[in-house]
Design a protein. Structure first.
Length: 430
């Protein structure tokens, strides 16, 4: 039985109404919450073993990962970064990064569709008021997963925002249209970036079933086909004051969540590279034939194949090592900033170090995902290109996902820092 549910293309799939009191409702309450980072990873590996078996067929048939998200809810993985004192696992950033790599190796669509949850939760825990933070923690412990609506089509730059939050006699109303709404079709709430009446950027937290919220399944990428990164229509949506999180100061001050978001992207690229390498090795053991001039009876004895696998495995090792090292730097920055009280200069230095470490990792993981997904075919002959193997999904996924952020700007950030002593830009992507 498939672990996912097929869905018709280009049709609204989530629209409706919900009372304000019901906005915290999850599609499924967790059966359990992992006790710590180790338990989190064990649960993640079990889920990965199930979704990985279906990944090729899901990609071929374009089956969205609703069942995978139900398993993630059931096992309480969405609460990974909730502190132990609040009833969560208290997982570190490194724990979460390892989890994301495991899920991405099994199915990179699932890992990317979860990324908005991880990033939204991290930002809400840092940027919202104490009362909002308690509500977010309670919602997530109850199984809520977040999608997002940040980017819009038709603007000059990707983060130009025309979606408007307007004050009315009964509260606020939200109007606009988002694209790249990754994960929202499988989520319980979506986090929308909008401009208020003062033209300031804010987050608006909305249950996907609130009246006026419409999600369209209209993402048709060549890769990462199942991330549900399509359109969100916001048609005069009722918004309440505690749904709104102001962001003004966070655009002017350095914070760790930009590096955190890029780190999760790195983990997805590492997972894609690992999956491609694993398929190449499996193909070498079962199906690939040596070329005549090799003089051997198995590709396992062909020195050029052995060299190739060693080369690609080294790329994967370098990417994973850099990504996990960067995760530890982000961890240190997150603890310092979330705990408060750090000397501003010490905090700034820690945040910059995390940003540079993640930029290094993004460069290395991008190279690894693209290179491994391109060259692992070379362990065997042309039969590796047969559609039945679905090996092409690794390159399609790598090429699509690595377009998310231009890696050239990571080189610039690293080069400017080392050459000119210039810190990375302040904002939400470094």
């Amino acid at each position: 039985m498939s672990l996912s549910t097929p869905i018709d293309e280009d049709v609204p799939v989530a629209t409706g109404a919900a009372t304000h009191e019901a906005t915290a409702a999850s599609r499924r309450h967790p059966d359990r919450i992992p006790s710590d980072g180790g338990a989190l990873l064990r649960a993640g590996r079990e889920i990965a073993s199930q979704i990985g078996a279906d990944a090729a067929a899901a990609d071929r048939d374009r089956v969205l990962p609703h069942a995978a998200f139900d398993m993630i809810r059931r096992e309480g993985l969405g609460a990974a970064r909730i502190d132990a004192a609040r009833g969560g696992p208290g997982a570190s950033v490194e724990d979460l990064t390892r989890l994301s790599i495991v899920l991405a190796e099994a199915d990179s669509n699932v890992a990317q569709a979860l990324l908005p949850h991880w990033v939204s939760l991290e930002r809400l825990l840092l940027m919202s008021s104490p009362a909002q933070r308690r509500k977010v923690e309670n919602d997530v412990l109850a199984g809520v997963l977040y999608g997002n609506g940040t980017t819009e089509r038709g603007t000059l730059r990707p983060l130009d925002v025309e979606t408007r939050l307007q004050r009315t006699g009964d509260g606020y109303r939200l109007r606009g249209r988002k694209f790249y709404s990754t994960g929202s079709l499988m989520a319980d709430q979506t986090v929308i970036l909008a401009r208020d009446d003062a033209d300031e950027l804010v987050y608006v937290l909305l249950p996907i079933q609130r009246a006026g919220v419409q999600l369209l399944d209209d993402w048709h990428g060549m890769g990462q086909r199942l991330t549900a990164s399509g359109t969100t229509v916001l048609d005069d949506v009722q918004v309440y004051p505690d749904d709104i999180v102001g962001l003004k100061t966070w655009f002017d001050n350095r914070h760790y969540t930009g590096a955190f978001s890029q780190l999760i992207h790195c983990s997805i690229e590492v997972g894609i590279a690992r999956a491609a390498l694993a398929d190449g090795i499996a193909w070498a053991h079962d199906g690939a034939r040596p070329v005549k001039e090799s003089g051997v009876d198995s590709v396992l004895k062909d020195p050029y194949v052995v060299q190739l696998v060693g080369d690609l495995a080294t790329d994967v090792y370098a990417a994973e090592t850099a990504t996990l090292a960067a995760a530890r730097d982000v961890d240190a920055a997150a603890r310092l900033q979330r705990d408060g009280g750090a000397h501003p200069a010490a905090l700034e230095a820690r945040l910059i170090a995390a940003s540079i470490a993640v930029s290094h990792a993004k460069i290395i993981s991008t190279k690894a995902a693209l290179r491994v997904a391109t060259h692992f075919y070379e362990v065997g002959g042309a039969s590796g290109a047969l559609a039945k193997h679905a090996f092409d999904r690794h390159w399609r996924n790598a090429r699509t996902h690595t377009l998310h952020d231009p890696v050239a700007y990571k080189y610039k950030a690293v080069g400017d820092f080392h050459l000119n002593g210039i810190a990375p830009p302040v904002g939400f992507v470094y």
